[in-house]
Design a protein around this ligand. Structure first.
Ligand code: ADP
Length: 193
């Protein structure tokens, strides 16, 4: 079963690649950034709360994200696999997510089927900034980008070691053309599943 977490700094190409790979393997692409942005647009209670954090490039509080992801994963389309893009983004999110997945398995054997792999998309900093500035999303301005990168290094990068220690991590070079990255992801994933 394809159960993957895409990890990487803002601008690494997680969204683009997760969407392409989800189509290839016929599993839902679950992007916390996309779900949050549609909540902001609809002005839902979650969207109203999340907006102030997103506009500054800060992380939305863990509990809001955990509830949101849990709800999304309960959708029937997520039963046969998923690609998570933008989650987990903090060690707390990763720990709570691992507990949740484990609590979903009633026997020891099912623990195995509740596991997932993490793909770390690696791109150098200077390339990230250029990519984000050319993207032009509302939160893609100089100031916010600087903060988002800082937040990434402080709060998300520790997940690389977290998942490496649990032998769940594979790293892919994201500093190549879209097609080349998709191909190396495909090769990597075919070996994992
Ligand atoms: P990027 O492409 O910059 O990584 P995303 O679309 O993944 O951006 O996320 C945009 C914003 O949404 C983040 O800056 C953050 O405020 C919020 N966000 C997305 N996912 C999470 C998460 N797992 N935890 C906390 N905040 C999140």
């Amino acid at each position: 079963m394809v159960r993957l977490v895409f990890l990487g700094p803002p601008g690494a190409g997680k969204g683009t690649q997760a969407s392409l790979v989800a189509d290839l393997y016929q599993v839902p692409h679950i992007s916390t950034g996309d779900i949050l942005r549609s909540n902001v647009k609809e002005e839902s209670p979650l969207g109203i709360q999340a907006k102030e954090y997103m506009d500054k490039g800060d992380l939305v509080p863990d509990q809001l994200i955990l509830d949101m992801v849990q709800k999304r994963l309960e959708h029937p389309d997520a039963e046969n696999g998923w690609i998570l893009d933008g989650f987990p983004r903090t060690v707390t999110q990763a720990e709570e997510f691992a507990k949740k997945l484990l609590s979903g398995s009633s026997t020891e054997n099912e623990t195995e089927s509740n596991s997932f792999q993490v793909i770390n998309l690696e791109v150098p900093d200077d390339i990230l900034v250029t990519r984000l500035l050319s993207r032009g999303r509302q939160d893609d301005n100089q100031e916010t980008i600087k903060n988002r990168l800082q937040v990434y290094y402080q709060q998300t990068q520790p997940l690389i070691e977290f998942y490496q220690a649990r032998q769940q991590l594979v790293t892919v070079d994201g500093n190549q053309s879209v097609d080349v990255v998709t191909n190396s992801l495909k090769q990597t994933i075919d070996k994992l599943i």
